[in-house]
Design a protein around this ligand. Structure first.
Ligand SMILES: NC(=O)c1ccc[n+]([C@@H]2O[C@H](COP(=O)([O-])OP(=O)(O)OC[C@H]3O[C@@H](n4cnc5c(N)ncnc54)[C@H](O)[C@@H]3O)[C@@H](O)[C@H]2O)c1
Length: 386
């Protein structure tokens, strides 16, 4: 298949590009490197420096003799997107190319606007370009489980049957996003569902949980093929931050009561889920929604697991309850359905002690690289920012 990977310089985009290339698919990688700019803007470093995309693609070719094509450009520039799709006309598009951080989007008016313009306009340009140049292309778009929020009922996969005043309908599941970033994903969802209906495009929305892990079969082939490990308070997800805090001797920062429960998955399962979605495409006119995660954990569960991993490694790890910088429920019901990807063939890689110990060992191996100044929470939802 001809597969276009948008956001291919990113944490998930690069391993995905290698994954499809390794399977013999014809891969075109796209990025505008905006994530690297946001990192520089905030003084953020990854655990290990990430080689440029150009260099990683060249290395991939040396190691595997497979070619990944590169196109540098910004999805918010519609001329770039139109030209790209006119030329490539892919069978499938995997769309990761968005600003992915809730704290980043909550920092200021500027960041909220940038996040929503980048994410929503980029996706809209893509939808119009698909209609013009390749209406049979299957769009696989990364959404997030955070679009649903934490309702006091089971979370379904995209749709819910509602009985109201004696009538019944299958309707989009209600969304209660918790940040301007999550809101951007909800707006994307509505735009994509709308064009599937009116233009009969085919799309799959992958409502992904929090991804952990940095090692895939392909990143392990060569140090220059690595992907990013963010541990800072803006782009680092909770497990990464806890592992780094454990290694630095900083008490793990559990927000408030720590009962916040979310869906999680291993990076290798992201690759498998995206591949399953691509190989089993949505039909023309279908807006398919799959909940992409394998396990649920509360923040306190994760802190306790990291503490135990530390103890196994001979480290004393403390847990601190800190004031919650977010506005969110700290105790709530959470039961999100996630059966459609296993039905397509997903066999989950779970967060075993062995996986956790391996991640902790990786972080310990790079302890000298950790910048302690960027670890602690720095952006509060209710605080007034510029
Ligand atoms: N990592 C997770 O845990 C997670 C969880 C749920 C959903 N997601 C979603 O998956 C996607 C990928 O996440 P990630 O962690 O790999 O993020 P990332 O920031 O590492 O990768 C996104 C890439 O897209 C690029 N990009 C952003 N805007 C662009 C634009 N306008 N034009 C071209 N390129 C652009 C960035 O430069 C970056 O390389 C995001 O949409 C994110 O919201 C990620």
């Amino acid at each position: 298949m001809r597969v276009l990977i948008l956001g291919a310089d990113g944490y998930l985009g690069w391993p995905t590009a290698m994954h499809f290339s390794n399977k013999g698919d014809d891969v075109v990688a796209v990025d505008n490197f905006s994530k690297r700019f946001w990192e520089l803007e905030l003084g953020i470093e990854t655990l290990e420096p990430v080689p440029t995309l150009h260099r990683r693609i060249a290395r991939w070719r040396q190691v595997t003799d497979r070619v990944i094509e590169l196109r540098v450009g910004d999805l918010t520039n519609h001329r770039f997107v139109y030209k790209l799709l006119e030329e490539i006309r892919p069978d499938a598009i995997v769309h990761y190319a968005e600003q992915p951080s809730a704290p980043y989007s909550m920092h200021s008016r500027t960041n909220a606007v940038n996040t929503q313009v980048n994410n929503i306009v980029g996706t809209l340009n893509l939808l119009f370009a698909i209609r013009s140049y390749c209406p049979n292309t299957h769009l696989v778009k990364l959404g997030t489980m955070g679009e649903y929020g934490t309702p006091n009922i089971d979370i379904e996969e995209g749709y819910i049957t509602i009985n109201h005043n004696g009538r019944s309908d299958v309707l989009p599941f209600p969304k209660q996003p918790g940040s301007f970033y999550h809101l951007s994903k909800v707006h994307d969802t509505h735009n994509i569902a709308f064009v599937c209906n009116i233009w009969k495009l085919a799309a799959t929305d992958l409502n992904q949980g929090v991804v952990y892990g940095i090692e895939t079969a392909d990143t392990a082939r060569d140090p220059e093929l690595r992907t990013a490990f963010h541990y800072d308070s803006v782009f680092g997800t909770v497990l990464n931050r806890f592992l780094v805090q454990a290694v630095c001797g900083i008490p793990l920062t559990v927000y408030g009561e720590g009962g916040q429960t979310r869906g999680f998955l291993n990076i290798n399962d992201t690759l498998r889920c995206v591949e399953l979605a691509v190989r089993n495409p949505a039909k023309a006119g279908e807006f398919r929604v799959l909940n992409q995660f394998t396990e649920q954990f509360s923040v306190l569960d994760l802190a306790t697991r990291v503490q135990a991993a530390g103890a196994r490694g001979g480290m004393k790890v403390e847990i601190a309850r800190v004031a919650n910088p977010r506005v969110e429920k700290e105790h709530h019901y959470y039961n999100a359905k996630h059966s459609k990807l296993p039905e397509l063939g997903l066999v989950p890689n779970l967060l075993t002690d062995e996986v956790l110990d391996r991640m902790l060992a990786t972080v310990r191996g790079h302890a000298h690289r950790i910048n302690r100044d960027i670890v602690q929470p720095s952006i509060a939802w209710a605080q007034k920012h510029p």
